[in-house]
Design a protein around this ligand. Structure first.
Ligand code: ZN
Length: 155
């Protein structure tokens, strides 16, 4: 279950534009550079629905090189999308349908961004000629697809 972040949501009557991977409400249009992990190499904005009441949310998630150091078998977001295995878990905690501690149903990828192609080792970073290009986020609509799971379609 995510925190409710009432301290932040209480500052405005506006609906958040999206929610980050920690369930924090965000109030401007999604951008990969606004995601919490500054080292992220992949960023995705996707739609999920509360399993309790069907409420829709736009949520973000990222991966960074450090994630793979900590969890070598972790899947990239691109691979999760291809396998229809991308998940957000509990929906954002802004309503009381009882679904806050339930699951959310992944629906579709809205924006997919990546940068920093996989490197052999840290040394390669220092040989890069085009650091700015390497750091620049690139959107790839090839990953912006329906990710509704079979267990949702059936229900
Ligand atoms: Zn709900």
């Amino acid at each position: 279950m995510h925190k409710s972040y009432e301290d932040i949501r209480g500052l405005t009557d506006r609906e958040p534009e999206w929610w980050d991977e920690h369930g924090v409400p965000r109030y401007r249009k999604f951008a990969p550079s606004d995601c919490p992990d500054i080292y992220a190499s992949e960023a995705v904005l996707f739609e999920v629905r509360c399993q309790g009441c069907g409420r829709r949310y736009h949520v973000g998630q990222t991966r960074s090189g450090l994630d793979y150091v900590k969890h070598p078998k972790m899947w990239s977001i691109g691979d999760l999308i291809k396998a229809k295995a991308l998940e957000y878990g509990d929906p954002p905690n802004d309503h009381r349908c009882g679904g806050n501690s339930m699951n959310s149903e992944p629906r579709r990828v809205i924006e997919y961004w990546s940068r920093l192609r996989p490197l052999e080792g840290l040394r390669e970073v220092w040989r890069l000629k085009d650091i700015a290009g390497y750091m620049e986020w690139r959107r790839d609509s090839g990953f912006e697809v329906d990710i509704t799971r079979d267990w949702v379609k059936g229900g």
